[in-house]
Design a protein around this ligand. Structure first.
Ligand SMILES: [Zn+2]
Ligand SMILES: [Zn+2]
Length: 187
């Protein structure tokens, strides 16, 4: 989704940066720390940054000949479900970001493909696509409550952590034997 083509950025939007204070002279630099509400899009299926959670931006805006280079880090809380046992996961994520936002009509602007670099829109930078790409890429596709989570017993759905070491549904328990006979009869 080419967000950078949006013509009317809201300067008060949480992830829109105003570069008016940054002199357009290569080497000029500003630091920016800001806590903003996380947008809804920072998530994968089972894990993500909750919408509205505190996102901490710790950024450096640097004038370069072609535009403004934004670098630094973004961090925020992550909530999700363990892919093996469905327990709630709460964690923190910090990701580095670095992206060039080209001035309109700069060589970079004229020669780069639309999705290769960001663009300044007037004095404004839309950092949301950059933050989203960096954070979503860093989220685990198969989140686990811990590396060696044993998951759930496929027979009864109880967590292996809560079951005795010899937990089994093999013969020996007449109640389970009765149940499996019943199931077979129904089929
Ligand atoms: Zn787990
Ligand atoms: Zn079981």
């Amino acid at each position: 989704m080419p967000d950078y083509q949006t013509r009317h950025l809201d300067p008060r939007a949480p992830l829109v940066l105003d570069t008016r204070d940054l002199p357009r002279r290569p080497g000029a630099m500003r630091t920016l720390t800001r806590v903003v509400a996380a947008p809804a899009s920072l998530r994968l299926e089972m894990v993500g940054v909750p919408e509205g959670a505190d996102l901490h931006l710790d950024l450096r805006l640097e004038s370069v000949s072609e535009g403004v280079l934004v670098s630094g880090s973004v961090s925020g809380p992550v909530a999700g479900e363990c892919g093996r046992c469905l327990r709630t996961i709460n964690d923190d994520l910090e990701v580095p970001i670095q992206e060039l936002f080209a001035y309109a009509h700069s060589t970079t602007d004229e020669t780069a493909e639309d999705d290769e670099v960001g663009r300044l829109q007037g004095d404004l930078i839309n950092l949301e696509p950059t933050v989203r790409d960096a954070m979503v890429l860093a989220l685990p596709t198969n989140p686990l409550c811990r590396e060696d989570c044993p998951g759930l017993c496929p027979e009864c759905g109880a967590h292996w952590d809560d079951l005795p070491a010899d937990h089994s549904h093999q013969q020996g328990d007449p109640r389970w034997a009765a149940l499996s006979n019943l199931t077979m009869t129904e089929e």
